[in-house]
Design a binder for this molecule. Structure first.
Ligand code: SIN
Ligand code: CO
Length: 409
């Protein structure tokens, strides 16, 4: 098997990469999906069956060069994992990793996984944006894995949909729709006990494999390789229930008023003080039975919760922010864009920016466009810039680091 020489390590895309001109159009065929339209892909494959797409992105370049990825893995706020399979023994370590803590790239059978690269690099964010034919509410992150020859994470399954885009070198993927999802005991990572592959492909740069949840897979690098995983979020019913009840409680929606205290004027004296009084259970049951919510509560909860930045996210406000008039002047020349870390969602009546909920009334005409396109062109900004309430709001977001002046390229 030809190996990529190590003296030509994975380079990166140019620092300034074009953002997609617009969001992917549902009914336009795209090489990204093997010339299917996003509509056809979603109908035939999404959450249903795997799809191998040869040359989904021809001439693809890794969003980050190998050394840039290693450097990112050394930062505190970045989630990085190192998986080694030396002498047939699986080991897992969590970052950050200083440069000298990673094995040599000449050593076989190790892999570095760096999560959430889209939060740290505009090129990675632009790559993630190509997948916005799936709602933002479902989009999770872009992970980059670097593997030395023979490296991988073992045969496993994920609970989430994933697009595995080969961006450098080659990786052999084997997949299977097996029912036996039992794991090898005693390992620091989830490796299937009885992997039974049914299909096998060698992916080259630009090729991509889509996998729905629970399809078993094993990807092994053939020579040095880099793979981008575009992952989706699917909160569990348990997480949603817990967070929703928390959201209701935070809003002071508790029945009878949030401040109501538990009362027990009829409580008799007891001989068994450790015993939970049945009257207490009854009374709390009556309080809980009065909890009510509407569809509006559900959508405002989802908007706030799903637009909440991950705990590790820190926005970078400009060190020396432009004054509002200078901001307006610059934005009239070069437009504005959402910061790569910002999440902006909306429904019929509200918008949700980085976890904060606000009414759509009065801002709808431009906010929906900013949310869907993630930018407003200079020309579009000019049409808004006479309204001082709009410019004041956008200037506030700019000062918080939530939006940036200028287009991506
Ligand atoms: C990898 O890129 O090495 C692992 C990705 C996956 O299997 O989900
Ligand atoms: Co996986």
């Amino acid at each position: 098997m030809p190996k990529r020489p190590l003296d030509h390590p994975p380079g990166a895309a140019p620092a300034r990469i074009s953002s997609p001109l617009s969001v992917p159009q549902p009914d336009t065929p795209t090489p990204l999906l093997g010339n299917l339209t996003p509509t056809q892909f979603m109908r035939r494959y999404w959450q249903k069956k795997p799809l191998l797409i040869r040359q989904a992105i021809p001439d693809v370049v890794p969003p980050l060069a190998r050394d840039e990825l290693f450097e990112l893995a050394g930062e505190d706020e970045v989630e990085a994992r190192l998986i080694t399979h030396f002498r047939h023994r699986w080991q897992l370590e969590h970052g950050p990793f200083a440069a000298d803590e990673l094995p040599s790239v000449r050593q076989r059978a190790w892999t570095l996984l760096v999560q959430g690269v889209d939060l740290h690099d505009d090129r990675a964010r632009a790559l993630l944006d190509r997948f916005r034919f799936v709602p933002d509410a479902r989009l999770d992150d872009l992970m980059i894995s670097y593997a030395s020859d023979g490296g991988g994470v073992g045969a496993h399954f994920d609970s989430y949909d994933v697009f595995l885009l080969q961006v450098h070198g080659m990786r052999r993927w084997r997949i299977g729709a097996q029912r036996d999802l039992s794991l090898r005991p005693g390992l620091p990572l989830k490796v299937l006990q009885n992997f039974e592959p049914e299909e096998e492909w060698l992916l080259e740069p630009g090729d991509m494999l889509y996998l729905p949840p629970h399809i078993a897979h094993d990807g092994v690098a053939e020579g040095e390789c880099m793979t981008c995983s575009i992952g989706f979020r699917a909160p569990s019913a348990q997480e949603l229930t817990g967070q929703f009840l928390y959201h209701l409680a935070e809003r002071g929606d508790a029945p009878g008023g949030a401040a109501e205290l538990y009362r027990d004027p009829q409580q008799p004296a007891v001989a068994n003080p450790a015993m939970l009084p049945s009257a207490l259970v009854e009374r709390v049951g009556a309080i809980l039975a009065k909890v009510e919510w509407s569809e509006r509560d559900i959508s405002t909860f989802l908007g706030s919760y799903l637009s909440e930045p991950k705990p590790s996210v820190v926005f970078d406000p400009p060190a020396r922010p432009l004054s509002e008039p200078r901001f307006i002047q610059r934005a009239r020349q070069s437009g504005i864009r959402l910061d790569r870390k910002s999440i902006l969602l909306y429904d019929a009546r509200f918008y949700f920016l980085n976890g904060e909920e606000n009414r759509l009334a009065g801002v709808k005409k431009w906010l929906v466009e900013l949310a869907d396109q993630r930018h407003l062109s200079a020309k579009r900004f000019v049409t808004l810039s006479d309204d001082s309430s709009v410019t004041a709001l956008l200037h506030e977001w700019y000062c918080a680091g939530w939006i940036q002046v200028g287009e991506l390229a």
